[in-house]
Design a binder for this molecule. Structure first.
Ligand code: AMP
Ligand code: MG
Length: 414
């Protein structure tokens, strides 16, 4: 069978186009998501599948943001004195209006009494017995957050598709949403391939290697919000590959490592094609990661990531992370690229975008980024010393020190 090696690279895209393709295809296929009810204590990183509305106004009362004195602002001119008639602490029930010519001591978080329209910070007053002297002019509304100004009663504050970070969880907790309807984590099958690969707890022969890709991929799936289903390693043989892939296609997505290059034993595409896969790209203009493949097979997204460990990691970040977002019912997160000044001049082969292990330094006046020495896409140790990838665009051969370059943080550690 001459196919598919002769065709490899026919569908080469830039990484931006390739991401768009993934997002477009998975966006099309998305069906209704499986949902479960999860305690707010356990929902970190999940995607919300319901609207959350406020149970009352926020804040529920005119709230003081300072320790000080609640006053009528016109009565608290510089040099004036008012009689302090009591104190209000956070949690106190407040109904009695503030009498004219008086003030009341108030604590942060307490309700401002009716009639008062400002809180003067304690630092701007002098107290002698029950007499409080004001040092500067009070402005109406100062140090008060009015009732309902953060949210109205019944207002939607969280929408379906929101990924729940600690702030979103706090917001849900604030309005009493103790149980949340969340999308179940997409189950992502992970299958490593290669005759040379042995289990992590095995002693490899001299020319064998341990299966580190399944470990990194499982971690990346977890960080992205998916549930890894690790299927081990398949040797480079058609029967074993198709058997394991059939198993993998029962999950929401299948991620393979290895077997997508041009070698005689790179069989992943061939086997997937025989199983009915349609490919949307089979190469990406990046290094590392050029042979990456994406297709849909039996209605499921399938990623064939190159086996060299750093290639596997980079292509996962670029293409699988947005897929896990979409499969969770969230929008695909944009790549969190930012700009920094290049510390040392660089020269890379043009035609491919390069993702180089690099170190971003925040200590100086502006962030600086420096590429680290490395031995290429097999060098896990170099990436472990890096906190980001420096992205060299495909159309640049040389970049001078001081120029601005794009940086992709290793968001698991930065
Ligand atoms: P391949 O993409 O199949 O040509 O694999 C390229 C290289 O990646 C292999 O020669 C191995 O050195 C390495 N590799 C492949 N699979 C794994 C794996 N599961 N864990 C770690 N390294 C791997
Ligand atoms: Mg291989």
């Amino acid at each position: 069978m001459p196919e598919p090696r002769a065709q490899k690279g026919r569908l080469m895209l830039s990484y931006e186009e390739a991401r768009r393709k993934v997002i477009e295809q998975i966006g099309k296929k998305r069906g209704p998501r499986a949902i479960s009810s999860v305690s707010v204590w356990d929902a970190l990183g999940l995607v919300l599948a319901q609207e959350i509305k406020t149970d009352r106004e926020y804040p529920p009362f005119d709230r003081s943001t300072r320790d000080g004195y609640a006053v009528r602002s016109i009565e608290a001119a510089p040099g004036t004195e008012l009689l302090c008639v009591g104190e209000i602490k956070a949690g106190d029930t407040v109904t009695k209006p503030l009498a004219v010519g008086t003030c009341v001591q108030i604590m942060t978080g307490a309700a401002v009494p009716p009639g008062a329209d400002a809180v003067v910070m304690i630092e701007h007053t002098q107290r002698d017995g029950d007499i409080v002297r004001f040092e500067r002019a009070a402005q109406a509304g100062q140090n008060i957050v009015p009732r309902g100004s953060e949210a109205r009663a019944g207002q939607t504050i969280l929408t379906p598709g929101t990924r729940l970070g600690y702030t979103e969880l706090a917001l849900a907790a604030q309005v009493g949403a103790a149980q949340l309807q969340c999308a179940k984590r997409p189950r992502v099958a992970i299958l490593s391939t290669g005759d040379e690969v042995v289990l992590v707890d095995q002693t490899p022969g001299e020319f064998q290697i341990r299966n580190s890709n399944s470990v990194s991929l499982a971690a990346q799936v977890r960080i992205a919000g998916g549930e890894p289903v690790v299927l081990g390693n398949a040797p480079d043989r058609v029967e074993e590959l198709s058997e394991r892939m059939t198993q993998g296609l029962k999950e929401d997505a299948l991620v393979l490592s290895g077997g997508v290059s041009m070698g005689k034993y790179d069989l992943v595409e061939k086997v997937l094609r025989a199983m009915g896969a349609e490919f949307f790209f089979d190469a990406v203009a990046i290094r590392p990661g050029k042979p990456a493949v994406f297709g849909m097979c039996q209605g499921k997204p399938v990623f064939g990531l190159p086996g060299n460990p750093v290639s596997t990691m980079v292509t996962f970040e670029l293409f699988v992370v947005p897929s896990i977002d979409l499969l969770s019912g969230a929008a695909a997160r944009p790549l969190p690229l930012f700009e920094a000044r290049l510390a040392e001049a660089l020269k890379e082969k043009p035609g491919l975008a390069h993702f180089l292990p690099a170190q971003i330094e925040w200590e100086g006046p502006a962030p600086q980024v420096r590429a680290l020495p490395w031995q290429g896409s097999g060098d896990i140790a170099a990436l472990a010393r890096a906190n980001c990838f420096l992205v060299v665009p495909a159309d640049r051969e040389k970049i001078e020190a001081g120029e601005h370059v794009s940086v992709l943080p290793r968001k698991d550690i930065v």
